[in-house]
Design a protein around this ligand. Structure first.
Ligand code: G6P
Length: 608
């Protein structure tokens, strides 16, 4: 949600900012802008639209200078227009601010500033910050930013430059991530590591409440009490190739096809074949603590929530611990219940989703032990949790989550296995699961072979207006995920339902125009799902079944079968989701949708 970037050093700032914005564009892409200190003052270029448009604008009206900031926006306050695009300026145009987050008391601050004579030119909450800095007292830019932030309520990751303070960027963080990439005599600040990678692998993450001043000579971090702090340096573990498309048409397709490899990364070093268990040192859960767990609550949003629903089946089945799965946005506003022995698992690809982070904090405050299942190393959820499992799936750029989902499932399988073995799951069952997990990446490789068939199918369904996805048991969440993938990137209305619930409502929608995707691998509810297919068939619905190889009994009933390899039933969602990801992708391509940047969405939702 909004990407911010800043550069100070010996290079021209504008190309570095543009390069950073290109990599951050997945965070928001409705408008974009940069501001550079050119020795005389602050010069700004911005527009409604994409980074490519700004690049063309800079071609016509270049910016020179070695210090600057940039922003790619996902609108919250004010429509995505040129005026509302960041950077925002004060009355005199000497201060420029880029901001990610929401200033909650912006209306009050704005009224106060307007009555003191400030002229506002945008509808954004961010502009208040520029005017507050304009008025703030202080010899240095950080003193002014500190004073300006004092009355501000809400969340921010921000970067500021000002004419009176050449060669200086001040960044601040409360609730929205900011990091400093530390190079040789140059620094890149950004809201995520992808923007700094071409210049350095070494990054310092700001903590909530931190403010930092960055010049070409170095940087200094102050905490909330304005004490100078050392924030340790971390190495980014992935390379630039993770950020490039290679031979693929879109990041989403690249990430779908990458899944055998990303699953191998998630599992690497964590399978213990002899013990029939998993090594999860980062969890910080000793055997004694595991046995004290009385219930687990999983909190997450979007695709991560779907992974949580699969996780419930896995953990209850293997470890016998009751699990609830909650939308983080709902959980955070309910009365917190203190139940001894609760383990809360926050699942988040980005590790920055505002609702999931707040749910984690609420759970902690209620006395729960909190662990994270997170992809982005060093992200806020990863740092605030008591322990966790990193996915190691590499950066996910496509807005529609794919490889993170299957890695989340793998991490939940590892967690379920680990807990189960501490609580009496027989060694032999543990060993069988380890063997099945070890073989999973190869099965995903085979499942991907279905792509040509999916392409043909996509052509037949690309004009559909609605679609129904049905599944049962551990594959009901896969139906939800398949429907979500289709609606988010192709804009076809799609719903996921537990198969047997269809007769309680959605059956009224079924006719020959309604594609019904049935997720039906061979497991203990397979026959039940087949009965639902009969009901669909009887009403003329067109059925696409995702089923298991070697399963020859559906021809009579379904229009199309997409087969995935047979597996241990608890692992099957990792396989059944593959054709659904591909189907959504190919339909969206045929409909000429912007697959990697679907309208209105953002990759990382850091506002409520
Ligand atoms: C956004 C993304 C989804 C993602 C959800 C949760 O809505 O578009 O793909 O599933 O946020 O994100 P998280 O980073 O917490 O998994």
């Amino acid at each position: 949600m909004c990407g911010i970037v800043g550069y100070v050093g010996s290079r021209e700032a504008a190309p570095v900012l543009m390069d950073g914005l290109t990599r951050l564009e997945y965070r928001g892409y409705d408008s974009v802008g940069v501001a550079v200190l050119d020795g005389r003052g602050v010069e700004t270029r911005k527009l409604a639209g994409r980074v490519d448009g700004l690049r063309a604008l800079l071609g016509r009206a270049p910016l020179a200078g070695r210090c600057g900031i940039g922003h790619t926006r996902w609108a919250t306050h004010g429509a995505p227009t040129e005026r509302n695009a960041h950077p925002h300026a004060d009355c005199s145009g000497t201060v420029a601010v880029v901001h990610n987050g929401i200033i909650e008391n912006a209306d009050v601050l704005r009224k106060r500033l307007e009555s003191a004579g400030h002229r506002f030119t945008t509808e954004t909450d961010t502009e208040t910050l520029a005017h507050l800095i304009e008025d703030a007292e202080g010899a240095t830019l950080e003193e002014r930013v500190l004073a300006a932030l004092a009355p501000v309520e809400g969340t921010y990751g921000l970067a500021v430059i000002a004419e009176e303070h050449p060669g200086t960027i001040v960044v601040a963080r409360r609730g929205s991530p900011v990091l400093i990439g530390v190079g040789e005599g140059e620094y890149v600040v950004a809201s995520d590591a992808s923007a700094v990678l071409p210049y350095t692998r070494s990054v310092a993450y700001l903590r909530d409440g931190d403010i930092a001043v960055v010049t070409a000579k170095g940087y200094r971090v102050l905490d909330e009490q304005q004490r100078v702090q050392r924030r340790s340096l971390h190495d980014i573990e992935w390379g630039l190739e993770s950020l490039s498309l290679g031979d693929h048409a879109h990041f989403m397709l690249k990430e779908i096809r990458e899944q055998p490899e990303t699953l191998r990364s998630t599992l690497r070093g964590r399978l213990l074949p002899a013990e029939g268990s998993a090594r999860l040192d980062g969890l910080n859960l000793t055997a004694a603590r595991c046995t004290r767990i009385r219930r687990i609550e999983i909190v997450a949003c979007g695709t991560s929530w779907h992974a949580g629903l699969v996780g419930r089946h896995i953990i209850e089945d293997l470890a016998g611990i009751p699990v609830t799965v909650e939308y983080a946005s709902e959980y955070r506003y309910r009365r917190p219940l203190r139940v001894p022995g609760t383990l809360t698992v926050a699942i988040s690809q980005s590790g920055e989703t505002a609702d999931t982070l707040e749910a984690l904090r609420a759970a902690k405050a209620a006395g729960s032990t909190v662990v994270g299942i997170v992809n982005v190393v060093g992200s806020t959820i990863a740092r605030e949790a008591d322990g966790g499992i990193y996915l190691h799936a590499g950066p996910e750029i496509g807005v529609a989550s794919t490889k993170a989902f299957t890695s989340q499932l793998a991490a939940l399988l590892l967690l379920g296995l680990y807990l189960a073995r501490q609580r009496g799951l027989p060694l032999e069952r543990g060993r069988a699961l380890v063997a099945a997990l070890a073989g999973l990446p190869d099965l995903v490789e085979r499942a991907l072979a279905v792509e040509p068939e999916v392409c043909a199918l996509a052509a037949r369904f690309a004009d559909a207006r609605n679609a129904l996805y049905l599944g049962r048991g551990v594959n009901f969440p896969v139906a939800l995920e398949g429907a979500l993938k289709l609606k988010e990137i192709s804009y076809i209305h799609a719903e996921g339902y537990p198969a047997a619930e269809m007769k309680h409502g959605p059956i009224a929608l079924i006719d020959e125009n309604m594609p019904v995707v049935c997720v039906a691998p061979t497991d203990h509810v397979y026959r039940k799902v087949v009965s639902t297919m009969e009901e669909v068939r009887a009403r003329g619905g067109r059925i696409i079944a995702v089923t298991t190889e070697g399963n020859g009994d559906l021809q009579r009933l379904v229009d199309h079968e997409l087969r995935v390899p047979a597996s241990e039933p608890l692992l099957s969602p990792v396989l059944t989701v593959i054709p659904l990801q591909l189907l959504a992708y190919h339909i969206a391509v045929l409909r000429e949708c912007d697959v990697d940047r679907p309208r209105n969405l953002a990759k990382s939702v850091t506002v409520e």
